[in-house]
Design a binder for this molecule. Structure first.
Ligand code: MTE
Ligand code: MO
Length: 202
């Protein structure tokens, strides 16, 4: 029996920054589970606007047509839910967050953001977590329009944090000087939600 010099059967996949690709305590799924507190809305409100409010130089209220006219980006990311499932290699298409930021121009005092769903769901994060290369407002997943259960037609995507930061049925981003914990954050979910630190609950 050989005891030494054996490689593990499955090598742990690493990210470019050296951390494991799969965050601690997570398992991989091929399916895409649905996790919503509220019932899936049948359709978006007829008066839907993407409302960019609060500590910004230029508040915005984009109609659906105006939003759809913004430049699009495609990005492939992993997606991690606090209930321990992770799904690799999701390809997202949508509007990069910086398309919004460069138009609204957040003030230097905009240290936090609250994302709003038209269903009433909210989730908060530091501005620096929103203002990042992999943050988008998404319309498509793996080449198809986002299904209503997954936040279709429009959701936020913040893939480096647990998925409760990726608000489905998005209709607003509110920039704030002070932090205001969102829906799950006041109900026991961690305020920050970094999967590699296992920031699940408080
Ligand atoms: N509006 C809204 N957005 C939400 C949620 C929710 O309940 N309502 N749940 C969050 C949680 S806990 C997760 S894990 C992801 C799940 O996204 P999915 O259902 O597309 O997998 O959506 C997040 N965004
Ligand atoms: Mo979740």
């Amino acid at each position: 029996m050989q005891l030494f010099g054996k490689k593990p059967a499955v090598e742990v996949e690493k990210r470019p920054d050296g951390r494991d690709r799969l965050p601690p305590g997570q398992y991989l799924t091929q399916k895409w589970p649905v996790l919503s507190y509220e019932r899936t809305p049948r359709q978006m409100p007829t008066n839907w606007r993407l409302k960019i409010t609060g500590a910004v130089e230029q508040p915005l209220e984009l109609t659906w047509e105006e939003f759809l006219a913004l430049p699009r980006t495609t990005l492939t990311t992993d997606f991690h839910c606090v209930t321990t499932w992770s799904r690799y290699d999701n390809t997202w298409e949508g509007v990069h967050i910086r398309e919004i930021l460069q138009r609204a121009k957040p003030l230097p005092t905009a240290h936090y953001v609250l994302a709003h769903s038209w269903t009433g769901y909210t989730t908060n994060m530091p501005f620096s977590d929103l203002d990042d290369d992999d943050v988008m407002i998404v319309l498509k997943h793996d080449g198809k329009d986002l299904e209503p259960d997954h936040g279709g037609p429009v959701r936020l995507l913040v893939p480096k944090l647990y998925a409760y930061k990726s608000a489905k049925w998005l209709d607003g981003l509110e920039f704030m000087e002070q932090d205001h914990p969102g829906f799950w954050e006041v109900r026991g979910y961690h305020n920050h939600a970094d999967p590699w630190q296992e920031e699940r609950y408080w």
